[in-house]
Design a protein around this ligand. Structure first.
Ligand SMILES: [Ca+2]
Ligand SMILES: [Ca+2]
Ligand SMILES: [Ca+2]
Length: 375
């Protein structure tokens, strides 16, 4: 019956159907109906079977083509729509909802890292390259670094940052939380209790034992509530914005530098570029006094106690140029107010009142994986 129906579809006008099967045919007998062949004196579906084969092939081809096209269309449509939805959702979550963990269902996944190196701009070229365009004029904004490179002892600041990172005196932990939809948050903590310890005894001149990617730490500082950068994670790339306190060390002084309108572009486990606005008043109260202390440590290193004008400094030393450049009230000591004279005017309005009150900053750091309890 099924075959009859198929034949009926193919052989338009066929009415005899299977009643012809087995009918005698041949010389002197009526011809078989359309769609039947006379085979050895009997009307047979043999020829129709051949047609059926064509039909089957057609059905198969059509079905396959349809399935393939349908599946492909479905896969493409699904993949594209999914990718777009995920990306858009992530962007929205990061920049609209901020650190709202409720956007993505379920607990976040976490990536803990520790900063293993810093790049603080060391020259005008790096000042113009490291950071972000925070003013929308197309140029990187990094006024604070421009101030730092003007200080004769700036290398002592950068070298001290590197050395204290090597020895574990400065431990900065990076805590990234991310959700399957792409939303991510980033927080920085000051760390302590490295295990293994940074240095293998007092004779270890290299240290960095805690920067091998497998060390464990404790969190030493409780960050200001509701601070951190929120944004999106795509693969190993992370972009975010927000505010945070950047743990630093200036010579022997620990400082936290508060960044507002902060931005980060990070390759997780690789290089991160961090930029933002630091209120000039915070620079004055937190950074500049620490820099003055460092300047006097540099002078103490390079100069024997002496009186102006030389202050006992070796002729070509950093101490000598520090005294020559900064000791405007010439007493062989660098004061915070003497440094403040060099501090540029604010270049960013981070409070939205139309009056600039902050200095832009841009730095880079690199991380390796680390284990620490999260807050
Ligand atoms: Ca700019
Ligand atoms: Ca002075
Ligand atoms: Ca303002």
């Amino acid at each position: 019956m099924i075959r009859c129906l198929i034949v009926a579809v193919v052989a338009v006008g066929l009415v005899a159907c299977p009643t012809q099967i087995g009918d005698r045919c041949g010389e002197g007998l009526p011809p078989c109906s359309s769609g039947f062949s006379c085979v050895e004196g009997t009307c047979s579906l043999e020829a129709v079977d051949a047609g059926q084969a064509v039909l089957d092939a057609g059905v198969d081809a059509g079905f396959d083509a349809g399935v393939a096209a349908g599946v492909d269309a479905g896969v493409d449509g699904g993949f594209d729509a999914g990718a777009d939805a995920g990306f858009d959702a992530g962007v929205d979550a990061g920049f609209d909802a901020g650190a709202d963990a409720g956007f993505d269902a379920g607990p976040p996944m976490q990536l803990g890292s520790v900063i293993e190196s810093w790049t603080i701009p060391a020259n005008a070229t790096q000042v113009s390259q490291i950071g972000f365009d925070l003013t929308g004029d197309g140029g990187v904004d990094n006024q604070l670094s421009a101030f730092l490179i003007a200080l004769p002892f700036a290398a002592d600041f950068r070298n001290g940052l590197a050395t204290s990172t090597d020895t574990g005196e400065l431990i900065v932990l990076e805590d990234i939380e991310y959700w399957s939809g792409g939303a991510a948050t980033l927080r920085l903590y000051r760390g302590t209790n490295a295990m293994p310890p940074a240095c293998d005894g007092v004779a270890d001149s290299i240290c960095r034992k805690h920067l091998d990617g497998g060390a464990a730490f404790a969190i030493a500082s409780v960050p200001i509530p509701n601070t951190g950068l929120s944004g999106t994670r795509s693969g190993s790339n992370l972009q975010g914005s927000g505010s945070l306190e950047l743990p630093l060390r200036v010579g022997s002084t620990q400082i936290e530098l508060p960044l507002r309108n902060a931005r980060i572009e990070s390759v997780i486990g690789g290089v991160a570029t961090l930029g933002g606005a630091v209120a000039r008043s915070e620079v004055q109260t937190r950074l500049v006094p620490a820099l003055a202390t460092l300047a006097n440590q540099t002078v103490a290193r390079d100069c024997v106690p002496g009186a102006p004008p030389s202050c006992g400094c070796a002729g070509s030393s950093v101490g000598a140029s520090t005294i020559a450049t900064l000791d405007s009230v010439h007493d062989c000591t660098i004061s915070a107010s003497e440094l403040m004279v060099l501090l540029p005017a604010p270049d960013l309005d981070a409070t939205g009142d139309g009056v600039a009150e902050s200095l832009s900053i841009g730095i880079r750091y690199t991380t390796v994986r680390a284990v620490f309890p999260t807050q």
